[in-house]
Write a protein that binds this ligand. Structure first.
Ligand code: NCD
Ligand code: ZN
Length: 365
């Protein structure tokens, strides 16, 4: 990676945790990711969830069909783990090659998780099979007990579920998704081999005050929920430290404005329109811009045993104003930093290739 104060050129990155939904919604959001990332690990929490290899392959085909003409993008898939997942499904998934693992949603933990796992012991047979054949478990790490404080659910999950799990299946490869806390950073850094974590731009750049800045801010609500400033600093410190155990996963999770700005608003922040650029802000604030490339383009691929991407993307330090909203089917989508600025801009490299600035989107409204 070459670095100068106003330009960074890096290997094309991977987004190792992404929600693209389906149909019209997918067509609205996919171009943002495909313009920046060569690959993304596509989350399976559709309704109904993507629980089988067959469904994942069909979903993958729909994603490829939804890509704008001429755009190259490789969707990596994961299956939704349920209480009833058959261990033989792990074998079918492994045989395909394009399916990297299973996503564990504790039932009730987040958006579209009601079909998730009610008790980790119920999936022991699948986990044993995954461990044996080398499929990765992607974990939404929060307990669902309503008696546990919502800001403590990740820490409690580490103690009661994740830590024992890592011991019971000592060779199972695990990605602790979208970590948010100092407890999670400490766990990952001290954990045995084969354990890594993704970090989102929102948890890197905001603390829980952002949920209440001048009033209730539904567009800053995601799960796991934003944590304290000390937690945010721990995440930033972890990334600045350069450990290969941490890699990029945006958790960009689009929801239409109507269901976000509601009496009971959905969890999920849309960040695909400026994801890489937002991480650049974080690394720059930590004085470690030169470590962005490994986090975005190397650590994830290496953990999953995938070749690093060829090709490059360039970021220039040129603030731009994020539109108030983007089209999203019949609704609108309010992006992270809506109506505010992002300090960096992405451009294709070489400039002539697919040409010019990223789709910063259409119509402000
Ligand atoms: C995600 C979604 O909307 O699908 N929401 C979120 O707040 N992150 C689900 C998830 O990853 O938890
Ligand atoms: Zn997610």
């Amino acid at each position: 990676m070459s670095t100068s104060p106003t330009t960074i050129t890096l290997r094309r990155p991977d987004d190792m945790h992404l929600h693209v939904r389906d149909g019209e919604a997918m067509r609205a959001v996919l171009p943002f990711t495909a313009a920046r990332f060569a690959r993304a690990l596509i989350m399976p929490n559709l309704k109904p969830p993507v629980t089988s290899t067959r469904q994942a392959l069909e979903y993958r085909r729909r994603i490829l069909e939804a890509l704008p003409g001429g755009v190259r993008f490789d969707p990596l898939m994961t299956l939704y783990l349920t209480d009833r997942t058959d261990p033989a499904e792990a074998d079918r998934a492994k045989a395909d090659g394009g399916i990297l693992g299973f996503k564990l949603y504790p039932a009730g933990a987040t958006t579209h998780s009601d079909a998730g796992v009610t008790d980790i012991r119920r999936v022991d047979a699948v986990l044993a099979r995954m461990e044996e054949i080398g499929l990765v478990l992607q974990v939404h790490g929060e307990v669902t007990d309503p008696d546990v404080d919502v800001f403590e659910r990740e820490a409690r999950f580490i103690d009661t579920v994740l830590s024992p799990l890592a011991v019971r299946f000592p060779r199972l490869r695990i990605v602790f998704e979208h970590i948010t806390s100092r407890a999670a950073v400490d766990f990952v850094l001290r954990a045995r081999e084969g354990i890594a974590a993704t970090v989102t731009p929102q948890h890197l750049l905001m603390n829980r005050n952002a949920l209440f800045a001048g009033g209730l801010r539904p567009h800053h609500y995601c799960l796991p929920v934003l944590k304290s400033e000390a937690d945010r600093e721990a995440l930033l410190g972890a990334l600045a430290g350069g450990s290969p155990r941490f890699f990029l996963g945006t958790d960009s999770a689009p929801h239409g404005r109507a269901v976000k700005e509601a009496a009971c608003g959905c969890a999920g922040i849309f960040s695909a329109h400026g994801a890489l650029e937002l991480y650049a802000e974080g690394f720059e604030a930590a004085g470690r811009l030169e470590r962005l490339e490994a986090f975005a383009s190397e650590h994830g691929a290496d953990f999953y045993g995938l070749p690093r991407n060829s090709g490059q993307i360039r970021l220039i330090k040129k603030p731009w104003e994020v539109p108030a909203s983007y089209p999203y089917g019949t609704d609108r989508l309010v992006p992270l930093r809506s109506g505010e600025r992002i300090a960096w801009q992405a451009v294709q490299e070489p400039p002539g290739a697919t040409a010019g600035a990223m789709p910063a989107g259409t119509a402000n409204r």
